[in-house]
Design a protein around this ligand. Sequence first.
Ligand SMILES: NC(=O)c1ccc[n+]([C@@H]2O[C@H](COP(=O)([O-])OP(=O)(O)OC[C@H]3O[C@@H](n4cnc5c(N)ncnc54)[C@H](OP(=O)(O)O)[C@@H]3O)[C@@H](O)[C@H]2O)c1
Length: 318
Amino acid sequence: MSNEKSNRKVLVVGGTGYIGRRIVKASLAQGYPTYVLQRPAAEIGLDIEKLEMLLSFKKQGAHLVEGSFSDFQSLVDAVKKVDVVICTMSGVHFRSHNLMLQLKLVEAIKQAGNVKRFLPSEFGLDPARMGHALEPGRVTFDEKMKVRKAIEDAKIPFTYVCGAAFAGYFAGNLSQMGTLVPPKDKVLVYGDGNTKVSIMDEDDIATYTIKTIDDPRTLNKTLYLRPPENLPTQRELVQIWENLLGKKLEKIFISKEDFLASMKGMDFAGQVGVGHFYHIFYEGSLTNFEIGREGEEASKLYPEVKYTRMDEYLKVYA
Ligand SMILES: NC(=O)c1ccc[n+]([C@@H]2O[C@H](COP(=O)([O-])OP(=O)(O)OC[C@H]3O[C@@H](n4cnc5c(N)ncnc54)[C@H](OP(=O)(O)O)[C@@H]3O)[C@@H](O)[C@H]2O)c1
């Protein structure tokens, strides 16, 4: 059953990334033999923080496996060492986005033939529900769907982890674009601010991700991160912050039309961001559907995980 410990070996590809590093940590914490792809010297260059992080994983018991997306055989050799592959390849345009590189990894997994579960880089809006998404932000969903198709065509066993906004990008800043810290005076509120949004602490996302890797209930399914006590509206988030701050913020309500018009003149990454925010806050795309037979909800499957509530999460910002 799901909670019995197996000895599945886990490879994290993209392990020094924002969500990747947490997944490495969670894999080690849950006792899995954990492997992390270490890119060759030429790709690490002088990025001392990346190397330091890799070495810290090693000190905590992870195995570093050298490999590169420019060397197909190295990917095959790396995935042959393990049972589960989790890819956390970059996909946020204002940082870096290389989701399509994953097609090489899918090919390597297909060739290696030993992988029992593959989790591609998802961790956001469910791309299968975003066929209507706006340009240019839809590129994220289109690319994730191409990767899904390659996985399913190759008959690779999979789990897609999606359905929550990262708290670091959506709670800490009260969902304001272009900043990571909460405002102290004025806050932009999307529409009436009453759309429910699934928001999760990234460490909890990593915990659930690792919980699922050996669970037959999530084989070839989507694991939705939608815990019932973490579905705040933007107004509720603002309220939590106001309570912590001990004062009211001035609220500036922005209509759907004005919000979409703000895309004009923005760079590509900004336009992608506005599109994604539009889907989340005006359409409610994280919460406006029932989870059907294609998926499972994380907190229902793993009630033992004590996920961080947003009132607790925001305390550190005060
Ligand atoms: N739901 C949300 O709110 C939300 C927010 C942000 C991101 N996401 C999703 O989370 C996923 C991961 O995003 P992230 O922000 O964590 O990514 P990230 O930190 O920007 O990058 C993750 C890793 O991608 C790898 N990478 C980038 N370029 C590469 C290249 N040319 N060759 C090989 N590896 C490369 C690096 O791996 P190494 O460690 O090997 O260097 C990097 O550490 C994406 O699918 C994204 O859409 C969701």
